[in-house]
Design a protein around this ligand. Structure first.
Ligand code: PXP
Length: 242
């Protein structure tokens, strides 16, 4: 029996829409509470260096309002470490961040920055925050996670989502192999980025994967079917694939 598959709903783009007009609507906290009602097991939010969507006060309000785990996505910087240590979310997922990128374009090169990551992973872990590294499905990156003592890795599914045919099949195999390797080494594998109704099933079927983090598609789809509707349908497809 595969482990149950959790759904983390990323609410960044509720904040993107709010910020387009500079007011308070739509409220990411309200969206988070609705997501939980619709079947989300946790809420994910990325506090970017440029605060283009989620802002510092959103993190404080989410921490106060939620009784499900908050997964804070953060760059490996002193500023973000201080914020994480102040709020102590359930989990912190370390992501690469480039100022000009439209979204997180690739996995973290954990293998190439072990010494930068080591004190950050250690301090987050010491504070009781479950550390995840957002990496490519690659043995060298999993080895880095082992060396850093990270309990969780999240595999970047962006390439899988954007490819088709043989390319997608190869990416899926790479993610499945990496999930097995991580689990064999006592690391809990998660996955996310670019997942939709059309591509979620094969990833949800990978038995070791314990959590999917999904945002942009769910918020976009909410325009047509409502937020509750889009999350319920994603939950249904994940459960079906499992
Ligand atoms: N997981 C991580 C680590 C991410 O950075 C993102 C995007 O912010 C997601 C999951 C969700 O990706 P998407 O918005 O494409 O569903």
């Amino acid at each position: 029996m595969p482990a149950p598959l959790r759904l983390g709903v990323n609410i960044d783009h509720v904040a993107t829409i709010r910020n387009a007009r500079g007011g308070a609507h739509p409220d990411p906290v309200k969206a988070a509470l609705l997501a939980v009602k619709a079947g989300a097991d946790g809420i994910t939010a990325h506090l970017r260096e440029d605060r283009r969507h989620i802002r510092d006060e959103d993190i404080a309000m989410l921490m106060a309002a939620l009784d499900v785990p908050l997964n804070l996505e953060m760059a490996a910087t002193q500023e973000m470490l201080d914020i994480a240590l102040r709020h102590r979310p359930h989990a912190a997922c370390i992501v690469p961040e480039k100022r000009e990128e439209r979204t997180t374009e690739g996995g973290l090169d954990a293998a190439g920055q072990l010494e930068t990551l080591r004190p950050i992973v250690a301090q987050l872990g010491d504070a009781g925050i479950r550390v995840s590294l957002f990496i490519e499905a690659d043995a060298a990156q999993i080895d880095a996670a082992i060396q850093l003592g990270a309990p969780v890795v999240e595999f970047h599914t962006g390439a899988y989502a954007h490819l088709d045919g043989g390319g997608r099949a190869a990416e899926l195999r790479r993610i499945a192999d990496a999930a097995a390797l991580a689990a064999k080494n006592g690391i809990e594998p998660h996955a996310g980025h670019g997942l939709t109704f059309d591509n979620v099933a094969p990833i949800a079927a990978i038995p070791q994967i314990a959590e999917l983090n999904i945002g942009h598609f769910l918020i976009g789809e909410a325009i047509f079917g409502g937020l509750e509707g889009s999350i319920r349908e994603m939950r249904r497809q994940m459960d079906l694939a499992r």
